[in-house]
Write a protein that binds this ligand. Structure first.
Ligand code: ZN
Length: 135
């Protein structure tokens, strides 16, 4: 079932137009941000706004239906960062060079799975940081 425009708008407003994983502002992206099912439909995740988040195209493609990954520091299988249940600043930190550091197991696994520190993405974030437009 397709999400209603009302639901999409509510998700965008709640997120203040920024990707809820990498925090990229919509205005810094050529492609429109998408609405992501945090727990994917194939895992029986609902269409309720409590299971939705705003997501840039890059994060959404990398996340796909994943709900867990591996902490690169200790090899543990952990649940991904959950934008509705977790606080971004507890799990991530953005450095001046534009890279995002995972501060927890969930944060590190999410940074790695979503390839948040891809060179182009980090460079764009560094540029936005210098202009006080990030995060
Ligand atoms: Zn993103």
């Amino acid at each position: 079932m397709k999400l209603s425009n009302e639901v999409r708008e509510a998700v965008q407003l709640r997120a203040h137009g920024a990707c809820e994983y990498c925090r990229l502002p919509q205005e810094a992206s050529i492609l429109p941000h998408q609405v992501d099912h945090i727990i994917g439909r194939q895992h029986r995740g609902s269409d309720d706004v409590a299971n939705l988040c705003l997501c840039c195209v890059h994060c959404n493609l990398k996340k796909g239906p994943n709900i867990a990954s591996i902490d690169p520091e200790n090899g543990a299988v952990v649940a991904l960062y959950h934008p509705r249940k977790h606080s971004w600043h507890e799990h991530f930190s953005a450095a001046r060079d534009g890279t995002i550091e995972g501060l927890t197991s969930e944060g590190r696994a999410t940074v790695q799975l979503l390839d948040m520190n891809d060179e182009d993405r980090a460079r764009l974030r560094a540029l936005l940081l210098r202009r006080n437009r990030y995060p």
